[in-house]
Design a protein around this ligand. Structure first.
Ligand code: ATP
Ligand code: MG
Length: 603
């Protein structure tokens, strides 16, 4: 095992290696983007189970998204194929689900309890309130209350009745997956001790974004002197609006006295200009005073490209044209500035490009321009599956047809019969929904339901005949995410979704006042509170630091938002970029003269 460990840790630099070798006691790894935090965490676990002989079953790795968990599992498998399957790699929600399945009786649930999707939540809430509109309102308020603590007695009262009703139908909802285990472990110290004994080595990636409930779960699982490694970057905290609190990261050493701290300072990801520019942007809001981040990768010396466009269509055209030219050979950027890029742009494929934006709506213009240019792309979607047209009735039908799996039919019978492939059942459910649709609406319904079935098909196929698994994964996935990191397509993502990822060429579009920082049209900059503005700045920092070789920041001088054309201007954050790190690409937009002036001239 020791020989294997040697090669395992050889892939790490001295700081990373030191972090990987501190295996006992609390450890905080605090480091900037691209410094190999995620890589170090993975190697550290591999080292634990080989070099230190820790039983893999005692290792728990927590990530924020299912995608990140899958990736960590893959990386671990590559490093330690024999032990990797025995390590628990989970998101907070999947960990909560595991605990809840094991302790179902304590929550008054059967072993095969279901997870309510949005449709089911609404149905249950409507039973409680007797009115659908009121149910929608209260559910939304409750969800806010559970995430942020906002709200009062009204929410608490509804929460209790709604929770009882859910449990009565053998259901939990998504938030319950963390709340119920926390309540259980808080109420029963012996149970908490048993789990502590089970997971004696815990690692958490992106710790800067934990929220209070997740934090409480962690505190229950890790004693103050426990083997917990928290990894993150306070300057990349971007989920405050969802209840995350970077304060938990900042007080790690109080919660876990005697914790050791390791800083990683080498940035392997990005070209020097990109690292410097990103640091200039974050400096006014940095939570890590005196941060050191030294670029050490060989990613060329291209400067950050700054582009001013007339409107969002022109901006999207710029993106499409630039990609076309870079794919074609030398970069547009280089051609434009009259010099040949030192690392060229040869060998770039579509998957090397990402377009990042603040709001999902901005994707429209980009998609149109890429389509016109014939460039393949994939957009990472954040819609909840249940909110997609056609999906809700389909899932409700499925729950009705098979009460054992997540829902109850009134007569308790199972008209559909069990253990048939999930895809078959979906198709039957689709047919049943269509049969009930009035004649005149059938064409439109058919199209919707067909696309819903297609959306669910990959998951259904993966689940074979296991309907329980299908429903669980749906409930855990919450979002439709058909984004495939391996597909040869340009990626379109929100800045939030780009967290943790990297691409050779990155465009951040819409670097405008009103989008970065984001505020509602009609409000003034002073309406934003300072903490909000700082979080927006961090978001741009996250976006910029996704880029390896080329980074383009663009903005439009006018943009259609909420149906009206509005004048905009460049983001105030760009003012912090030093002259040396960027170059302008293309001409500034000519300010349009008033028609009257033009006429005068013609005369
Ligand atoms: P983020 O804050 O964005 O999540 P991170 O700190 O988790 O970034 P990683 O994604 O782990 O960074 O690593 C960034 C890139 O640097 C990856 O491509 C990784 O393979 C590479 N890298 C990290 N450490 C080393 C190393 N010691 N030698 C070579 N490449 C490295
Ligand atoms: Mg990372």
């Amino acid at each position: 095992a020791e020989a294997g460990t040697g090669t395992l840790l050889d892939g790490l630099d001295p700081d990373q290696r030191a972090a990987a070798e501190i295996t006992d006691g609390p450890l905080l790894i605090i480091a900037g983007p691209g410094t190999g935090k995620t890589r170090t965490l993975t190697h550290r676990i591999a080292h634990l189970v080989t070099g230190r002989g820790v039983p893999p079953e005692q290792c728990l790795a927590i990530t924020f998204t299912r995608r990140a968990a899958e990736e960590m599992r893959e990386r671990l498998t590559a490093l330690v194929p024999d032990q990797a399957p025995r390590v628990t790699v989970a998101t907070f929600h999947s960990l909560g689900l595991q605990i809840l399945r094991e302790q179902h009786e304590r929550a008054g649930l059967s072993p095969s309890f279901g997870i309510a999707d949005h449709a089911r939540q609404l149905a249950v809430a409507t039973e409680v309130t007797g009115d659908e509109k009121e149910a929608r309102r209260l559910l939304a308020a409750l969800s806010r209350h559970r995430r942020t603590g906002e709200g009062g007695p009204e929410q608490a009262e509804f929460a209790e009745r709604y929770g009882k009703a859910l449990r009565g139908q053998d259901l939990v909802d998504f938030d319950d997956l963390i709340e119920l285990p926390v309540a259980m472990l808080e109420a029963d110290p012996e149970l908490a001790a048993a789990y502590r004994d089970r997971f004696r080595w815990i690692s958490v990636d992106e710790y800067q974004d934990v929220d209070e409930r997740q934090y409480r779960l962690l505190r229950l699982l890790a004693p103050p002197d426990g083997n917990i490694a928290a990894i993150g970057d306070p300057d990349q905290a971007i989920y405050r609006f969802r209840g995350a609190d970077v304060g938990f990261f900042l007080r790690f050493q109080e919660d876990f006295p005697g914790a050791r701290t390791v800083q990683l300072t080498r940035n392997y990801r990005s070209a020097a200009t990109i690292v410097t520019g990103a640091l200039q942007v974050i400096a006014p809001a940095s939570l890590v005073p005196g941060r050191v981040l030294r670029p050490v990768g060989a990613h060329g010396d291209a400067r950050i490209g700054l582009h001013e466009a007339a409107d969002e269509q022109a901006e999207a055209e710029f993106v499409a044209r630039t990609i076309e030219q870079m794919i074609g050979g030398a970069s547009f950027h280089a051609l434009d500035s009259g010099r040949v890029d030192s690392d060229g742009a040869q060998g770039l494929g579509f998957s090397d490009f990402a377009v990042l934006y603040r709001t999902d709506r901005q994707a429209r213009a980009v998609m149109d321009a890429l389509t016109r240019a014939g460039l393949p792309f994939q957009k990472r979607s954040h819609d909840r599956l249940a909110d997609r047209p056609g999906v809700e009735p389909l899932l409700a039908e499925l729950a009705y047809a098979d009460p054992a799996a997540g829902g109850a039919s009134p007569d308790g019978a199972s008209p559909d019969g069990a253990a048939r492939p999930v895809l078959d059942r979906l198709r039957r459910a689709a047919q049943a929904v269509l049969d009930r649709t009035p004649e005149q609406e059938r064409d439109q319904a058919a199209a919707e339901i067909h696309s819903a079935v297609e959306l669910l098909r990959p998951l259904a196929e993966r689940c074979g005949e296991d309907l329980d698994r299908f429903r669980t994964e749906l409930a855990l996935g919450v979002e439709v995410d058909t984004w495939d990191p391996r597909a040869d397509r340009i990626s379109l993502l929100t800045l939030h979704a780009a967290k943790g990822l990297e691409f050779p060429v990155v465009f951040v579009v819409g670097c405008e006042d009103g989008l970065l920082p984001l505020r509602q049209p009609g409000t003034a900059p002073e309406d934003l509170d300072e903490e909000q503005v700082r979080e927006e700045r961090r978001l741009l920092f996250v976006g910029m630091t996704r880029a390896q070789r080329h980074l383009y920041l663009s903005y439009a001088m006018q943009r259609t938002r909420h149906g009206a054309v509005r004048k905009t201007g460049r983001s105030p954050f760009l003012a912090d970029l030093g002259r040396a790190v960027y170059e302008r690409i293309g001409e500034p937009v000519r300010r349009r003269r008033k028609p009257r002036d033009v006429q005068l001239r013609l005369l």
